[in-house]
Write a protein that binds this ligand. Structure first.
Ligand code: NAP
Length: 379
């Protein structure tokens, strides 16, 4: 076979803290490389062809604190940053083309971290950091450890493979495992889910409804409020029009708060917790792109002891193992049977990847209705 183009998206240079990446400057489509899928050396690994690329909110941190191979480490994050000058790394749905690993066969579908490029010899190398823990604060996780390729069931048309980038993939797993582990949900209780229309939030709403709870959820546009309603949410609201504290004061108290946003949403939830309430901190998207000195600053942490509240923060890779098997049994089946809903906004082709990434960072649904996913199917 003659060499074929191997398009990719490069994280070209660091993005100043607080700024948005610019397409063509920080995130660059590159079609200059070719690859021969039949002859490229596999070095004991395997060759994947990417089908869907998943964007993720915490990439904003990974990009903004990145300074290339000699990175300054002054800005706290939980994972090591991406490497400037290398392809962006993200979770991808891929198909095995060739393999020298007995556990992976050509045709198998896998989900895991990879370069944003069409063909990649795994394990990916170019964007991989030489990991020296001594260079980082002790709690920093190596970004390259977060997503080993794992086989995923072929839905055989029962649902689109793009769902593995949302409800059936890592956002869904994040929601599922954290809910099972920390919510201790009881029928008739009340939960508040911030960023309820996000991939994580929308599954939390559906799991809470299946557990018989009253669900309050926030989102940033009226269209998203309607989406929350379609998921069964009892009290959906637009946080840009109505203050968190006003809605929670009216419809609380809360037995569970599932935090995707932090800042004002977290402060309002703490003020409205029931006795023995549970706060699950999944993410704090409102402040990923805000310098530490400009952050909101929670002033009511006294509510944690005054209301006997349990606060559980987590990173999915640390807790996923316990419930992963159950997740892969439940969620694909529930999707196939129409019990769960999710929405993806598909951007077609690698050329569209930089814009997809920026749209996701700027608010996802405000510019794109659904979890932002790049499709390379047919390339
Ligand atoms: N702990 C973990 O292991 C883990 C793993 C994956 C994800 N997460 C976290 O889970 C959360 C959801 O992630 P996802 O991938 O599901 O997100 P997503 O589908 O990409 O949606 C993110 C949404 O966040 C909302 N948002 C952005 N800025 C906001 C602000 N200032 N205030 C309120 N809402 C804002 C936007 O919706 P609106 O238009 O409604 O504002 C945006 O569409 C994030 O906090 C993410 O970091 C955590």
């Amino acid at each position: 076979m003659a060499p074929v183009p191997n398009p990719r998206m490069i994280y070209a240079k660091p993005i100043p803290q607080g700024a948005w990446p610019v397409v063509g400057e920080h995130l660059v489509y590159d079609n200059s490389r070719t690859i021969d899928p039949e002859t490229v050396p596999l070095n004991g690994g395997f060759l994947t062809k990417a089908l869907y690329l998943r964007t993720r909110t915490n990439a904003a941190q990974a990009l903004s604190r990145t300074c290339g191979r000699g990175c300054a480490k002054s800005i706290a994050s939980y994972s090591s940053p991406m490497l400037a000058g290398a392809p962006v790394v993200g979770l991808c749905v891929m198909q095995i083309v060739r393999s020298e690993k007995p556990e992976f066969k050509p045709g198998d579908l896998v989900y895991g971290a990879s370069h944003w490029e069409l063909y990649t010899v795994q394990p990916y190398m170019e964007a991989r950091r030489i990991w020296n823990p001594a260079e980082w604060p002790w709690w920093t996780a190596n970004m390259d450890d977060f997503g080993d390729a794992q086989k995923i069931p072929d839905p055989k048309g029962a649902f689109s493979l793009s769902k593995y980038c949302s409800v059936a993939g890592s956002p869904g797993m994040t929601a599922y495992v954290s809910w099972k582990k920390y919510a201790n949900a009881k029928k008739g209780e009340t939960v508040f889910v911030s960023a309820g229309a996000s991939a994580v939030g929308s599954l939390i709403i559906q799991l809470a409804k299946l557990d018989g709870m009253k669900v309050i959820a926030s989102a940033g546009s009226d269209a998203k409020v309607e989406y929350l309603r379609s998921l069964g949410c009892d009290v959906p609201f637009n946080y840009k029009k109505k203050a968190y504290k006003e809605v929670l004061g009216e419809h609380g108290p809360l037995d569970v708060y599932y935090d995707n946003v932090g800042a004002e949403a977290l402060a309002a939830a703490l003020d409205n917790m029931n006795l023995f309430g549970r706060v699950i901190i999944c993410g704090q998207v409102a402040e990923y792109n805000v310098a530490p000195e400009d952050r909101f600053g929670i002033k009511n942490t006294d509510m944690i002891f005054k209301r006997n509240v349990t606060v559980s923060g987590f990173l999915a890779p640390y807790i996923a193992g316990e419930y992963m098997g159950q997740f892969f049994e439940d969620v694909p089946r529930m999707l196939a049977e129409g019990e769960l809903k999710s929405t993806e906004r598909i951007y077609e082709g690698m050329e569209a990847a930089p814009q997809a990434f920026v749209d996701m960072l700027k608010g996802g649904w405000d510019t794109a209705e659904g979890k932002v996913v790049v499709s390379l199917v047919g390339m």
